[in-house]
Design a protein around this ligand. Structure first.
Ligand code: SF4
Ligand code: SF4
Length: 127
């Protein structure tokens, strides 16, 4: 779910998300149903989503006891990507990796910890 998913927005050597993906297989996040492409202006492929409330959809796989977004490709902690990167939902777009633009994101740390990955350092290469 990350802007985890700034996956292709910066080079792999400067974007920690390309070797992580933990948040796409940890949180049970959802988004406004109108972001799915069966709604005018929606972009997220509706077939990859499920309705979870009258107003909210989630990516398939995210409501499982062991969540993993159906659009996540690759191996968590090694090399990953978002299969719908250009059309992902706002909840994905707006999730920054920790220390992106110098701001700590505890939820990034939580997701990484759940997958046995250390928190990202607040070092300049991740800002
Ligand atoms: S749609 Fe992409 S960014 Fe969002 S949770 Fe799934 S794999 Fe992650
Ligand atoms: S947990 Fe953090 S570093 Fe890992 S993919 Fe998500 S935002 Fe990126």
């Amino acid at each position: 779910m990350s802007d985890a998913t700034a996956y292709q927005e910066s080079a792999p050597e400067t974007n920690p998300c390309t070797t992580c993906g933990a948040c796409c297989a940890h949180f049970r996040c959802s988004f406004y149903w109108g972001e799915a492409d069966d709604s005018p202006g929606g972009t997220v492929p509706v077939d990859l989503t499920e309705q979870i409330t009258p107003w909210r959809r989630a990516m398939k796989g995210m409501t499982s006891k062991t969540p993993r977004c159906i659009a996540l490709v690759g191996e968590i902690g090694r090399e990953v990507g978002c299969g719908i990167y250009p059309v992902r939902s706002t909840v994905c777009r707006e999730f920054p990796y920790s220390w992106q633009d110098g701001v700590h994101n505890e939820r990034c740390d939580q997701a990484r910890a759940a997958w046995g990955l250390p928190p990202l350092p607040s070092s300049p290469e991740h800002k």
